[in-house]
Design a protein around this ligand. Structure first.
Ligand code: MN
Length: 246
């Protein structure tokens, strides 16, 4: 058992056993494992720390929105995902990517909260501080790919913003690599392009949350203003990193 898996197993068992103490004997773990059934190791997803402070994305995304969005909304997806994996059908894939690839074999609870956990974990890394609102343009390979796929960066922004604006209700806008091409798509609720049921399947390299909880405190009903300001804090280095691996 590798160390991450061992860690997940221990965390899951400790949580199933209702134990607060970290130091628990291997014997106790084995006993809990027998009691807990077979899929214990999948049930210990945890909230990742934000890679910056809550106010880092000011003035474009406000501190209070980030506190609630990360600390309450994302935490709830993590908690409900762990519960759903314990209490609903669970074929036992080891990673979220594998779960998404077989999403029809899982419950709505795993679909919604697994998507919620993955999408937000990615979203935080795709933003960075830019307090002065300095010009924030893509560079390197992603800039070249955007220009060859969409003619200009402005045209790309226009199409991406249209996908984000036109998504009815709650959902996400995405830039994905699909069949070696860049494509813009959007998904409803917490679905994402890794899910086997996605209209456009692909590897996400950029994501934008357009749920009202992502912008309502600062922007109220003006989703277009939120999108327009969000470009200031896109972390293009991270987009390049994801693009190089896609
Ligand atoms: Mn959200």
């Amino acid at each position: 058992m590798d160390s991450r898996r061992d860690f997940l197993r221990k965390s899951a068992l400790l949580s199933l056993g209702g134990l607060a103490a970290k130091a628990v004997s291997e014997e106790k773990l084995n006993e809990l494992e027998k009691l807990s059934g077979e899929n214990f190791s999948l049930t210990a997803f945890t909230l990742p720390a934000l890679p910056y402070s809550h106010d880092a994305l000011e003035p474009f995304i406000d501190k209070q929105t980030m506190e609630l969005h990360h600390g309450k909304h994302h935490q709830a997806y993590v908690d409900k995902l762990n519960t759903a994996l314990q209490t609903t059908k669970n074929p036992g894939h080891a990673t979220l990517e594998e779960i998404f690839n077989n999403i029809n074999s899982y419950s709505e609870g795993v679909r919604n909260n697994g998507g919620g956990h993955y999408n937000h974990s990615l979203f935080w890394t795709l933003m960075k501080e830019n307090k002065a609102g300095a010009p924030n343009l893509p560079s390197g390979k992603i800039a070249d790919a955007i220009n060859s796929s969409f003619a200009t960066f402005d045209e790309f922004k226009k199409q991406f913003a249209a996908a984000a604006t036109q998504r009815f209700g709650s959902g996400w806008a995405w830039l994905v690599v699909s069949d070696k091409k860049l494509k813009i798509t959007s998904t409803a609720n917490q679905d994402n392009p890794l899910m086997s049921l996605a209209e456009v399947k692909g590897t996400p390299v950029l994501a934008l949350d357009v749920w009202e909880h992502a912008y309502y405190l600062k922007y109220q009903n003006k989703r277009a203003d939120y999108i327009n300001n969000w470009w200031n804090v896109v972390n293009w280095d991270k987009v390049n990193e994801l693009f190089s691996k896609a």
